[in-house]
Ligand binder design. Structure first.
Ligand code: PBG
Length: 326
């Protein structure tokens, strides 16, 4: 690799040459669009901290999915916001719950879209924590049956993939056993395996009305300082039956994505979370950054680090921009 025999710039001369030697490619097939479906509203409401993102009524969401289909985005992740919250998250696993109803309608009208359901209790708990609260702490083992029940109700409604995001220990095994017992052996689990206790989730909690009413999530989500622990989390989830593992947030944790990919060689997803979205939005509003270029570069970097799939609120925009490229 010695100058002048090697000239790195030779293959950078034209757009075509650059494309020829491009090592990483971003494709619309990798993108998963998250949606919030809310019970008891009409139309859609914009989320204040996430401009351009909405809480949808089911009818409004079905209309919205036409545009997803047109842009050839093939996968979506569903979050539900129920009317009723209580201390055991009853509406999370109700067969006629907001997400269960949405899954059934979406699969009926858009059978080819991959419907991934977020499995968590925080949106359904009156205290906003991801599990059953006993004496001001989240009780791990008491939460597992509720999570398994929730995942089962999603699979039963027709979800293509269930995605537990609660960070309780043992939930992947509990969900896998329940799904298998009930005949859903073919339904994959996408595990939010390395989910950090991150300040980047701020806008989401406003969006999903899931801010904890006391304390924080540090006793179950991971410390941002830890990388080895992420490997243990991944290993545990794979042993319990996860088919795909997720790192979340994405851009501040590329080293974690890279290391997981090289150690485990399994499908990896990365979640470009609400705060990452909000930051780019805010900066592009002031013209400090070019939104399109920043988004495409960030998503490409996430893929380069080792992610096979990306959950991003920019999925639709990115699909459009990828088409317009060239
Ligand atoms: C639910 C859940 C959260 C996110 C995804 N699933 C919030 C949280 O853990 O507080 C965050 C997604 C985002 O910020 O875009 N447990």
């Amino acid at each position: 690799m010695k100058y002048p025999n090697y000239r790195a710039r030779r293959m950078r001369r034209t757009e075509n040459l650059r494309r020829l030697v491009q090592e990483t490619r971003l494709s619309v097939d990798q993108l998963i669009m998250p949606y919030f479906v809310q019970e008891g509203i009409r139309g859609k409401e914009e989320i204040q901290s996430m401009p351009g993102q909405f809480r949808f009524s089911l009818d409004a969401l079905l209309k919205e999915l036409e545009s997803l289909k047109k842009l050839q985005v093939k996968h979506l992740l569903l979050f539900g916001i129920p009317k009723e919250k209580d201390a055991k998250a009853s509406s999370a696993y109700h067969s006629r719950g907001v997400v269960q109803n949405a899954i059934r309608r979406i699969k009926k009208e858009f059978p080819r879209l991959t419907v991934i359901s977020d499995v968590c209790l925080c949106e359904y708990m009156n205290h906003g924590h991801c599990g059953v609260v006993r004496k001001e702490t989240v009780d791990n083992d008491a939460t597992l049956p509720l999570l398994a029940e929730t995942a089962l109700s999603h699979a039963d409604a027709g979800a293509d993939i269930v995605a537990p995001s609660d960070m309780m220990d043992g939930r992947i095994g509990a969900i896998r056993r329940t799904l298998d017992q009930k005949g859903f052996t073919e339904i994959p689990i996408m595990s939010y395996a390395a989910k950090y206790a991150s300040a980047f989730y701020g806008p989401f909690r406003e969006a999903a009305h899931s801010r904890p009413s006391f304390g924080n999530r540090k006793s179950y989500q991971m410390d941002p300082a830890n990388r080895e622990e992420a490997l243990r989390e991944i290993q545990m989830d794979l042993e319990e039956g996860a088919d795909m593992v997720m790192v979340k947030p994405a851009l501040p944790y590329l080293d974690v994505i890279r290391e997981i990919k090289s150690q485990f060689r399994v499908p990896v997803a990365a979640y470009q979370v609400s705060g990452e979205y909000a930051m780019i939005k805010a900066a592009s509003k002031t013209d400090y950054l070019n939104e399109r270029n920043i988004v495409l570069e960030s998503l490409l970097a996430i893929v380069r680090s080792g992610a096979n799939a990306i959950l991003t609120y920019y999925a639709k925009d990115a699909a459009r921009w990828l088409r317009e490229e060239f």
